[in-house]
Design a protein around this ligand. Structure first.
Ligand SMILES: Nc1ncnc2c1ncn2[C@@H]1O[C@H](COP(=O)(O)OP(=O)(O)OP(=O)(O)O)[C@@H](O)[C@H]1O
Ligand SMILES: [Mg+2]
Length: 260
């Protein structure tokens, strides 16, 4: 054994390794020199004021944006310039800050499309080769996990905000992600509907999924996270346990003090 852990061993335990990540628009740098690692099975939350660059970071990890410089590795595979669909195939899932559902389709159709896409099948709804049976089974599992199986025939536009958020989780779970990025999963959800969503996110994490979550609700974040990363003006100010972050003077001044 050497004094330093070998890169293979060290990165084998990392779900994500982000180094020197930089992104911007025109002359503006929006994400600045981000270094961040996420352990396999970890629950990491990202907090920070509006406009800090949290969604931009999620967009970079999921491949919606390509960085100007820096790198992103997932389970030791470089994904820096990989297309979003290829990242999905490798086990990366994400939800969006605003709804990404097909509002005119039913609950069941939305999840089945996601399952079909994840299995590499066609995106047609009413084909019935074997692959689609598998897709239907996967879709059904995902709907049961989020407790929406009894709503499968309902059109999405008839769902409450909380149920839409659950359905978005089902859509992403149908692809069986190993790493899940959640961008404000409780945004727009009423207080009564928040608890079931939080329970669902906890279940997904406890089943072994690595989670990176952007959120604003501090009680939820402190309760569920292994570590919290604080973003401010495109940079990561600090990363630590919830207790460390809550006690950090700089964080209090930059974020928590002015937030509530
Ligand atoms: N595609 C884009 N084109 C131009 N500016 C962008 C783009 N994406 C993000 N920005 C800008 O980058 C900054 C960071 O935005 P981002 O959405 O990442 O912040 P955020 O931390 O997610 O904020 P919020 O808490 O409001 O969701 C903002 O000033 C935003 O206007
Ligand atoms: Mg955002």
């Amino acid at each position: 054994m050497t004094a330093l852990p070998s890169p293979m061993t060290e990165s084998g335990d990392l779900a994500l390794r982000i180094a020197g990540l930089e992104w911007g628009v025109g002359g503006l740098t929006i994400v600045k020199d981000i270094d961040l690692t996420v352990n396999a099975g970890e629950f990491l939350s990202v907090i920070g004021p509006n406009g800090a660059g949290k969604t931009s970071l999620i967009n970079l990890i999921s491949g919606v944006y390509l960085p100007r410089s820096g790198s992103i590795a997932m389970f030791n595979n470089d994904v820096t310039n990989m297309r979003p669909a290829d990242r999905t195939r490798r086990g990366l899932g994400r939800t969006f800050q605003t709804s990404s559902l097909f509002p005119g389709l039913t609950v069941g159709e939305n999840v089945r499309l996601a399952a079909q896409a994840a299995l590499g099948g066609s995106l047609r709804l009413f084909t019935a080769p074997r692959r689609d049976d598998q897709a239907t089974a996967r879709a059904e599992d995902a709907l049961e996990r989020v407790d929406l199986a009894n709503r499968r025939k309902d059109v999405v536009s008839a769902l409450s905000h909380g149920d839409k958020r659950k359905l978005e989780m089902a859509v992403v779970l149908a692809a069986e992600p190993k790493v899940l990025l959640l961008d404000e999963p409780t945004a727009g959800v009423s207080v009564e509907e928040t608890q079931p969503l939080v329970g669902l996110i906890r279940d997904v994490h406890q089943s072994g999924t690595t989670i990176v979550m952007v959120e604003h609700r501090m009680e939820f974040i402190v309760d569920i996270s292994d570590r919290i990363a604080v973003m401010h003006e495109g940079k990561i100010l600090t990363v630590g346990t919830p207790a460390e972050v809550m006690a950090d003077e700089e964080v209090r001044n930059a974020y928590l003090g002015g937030h509530r």
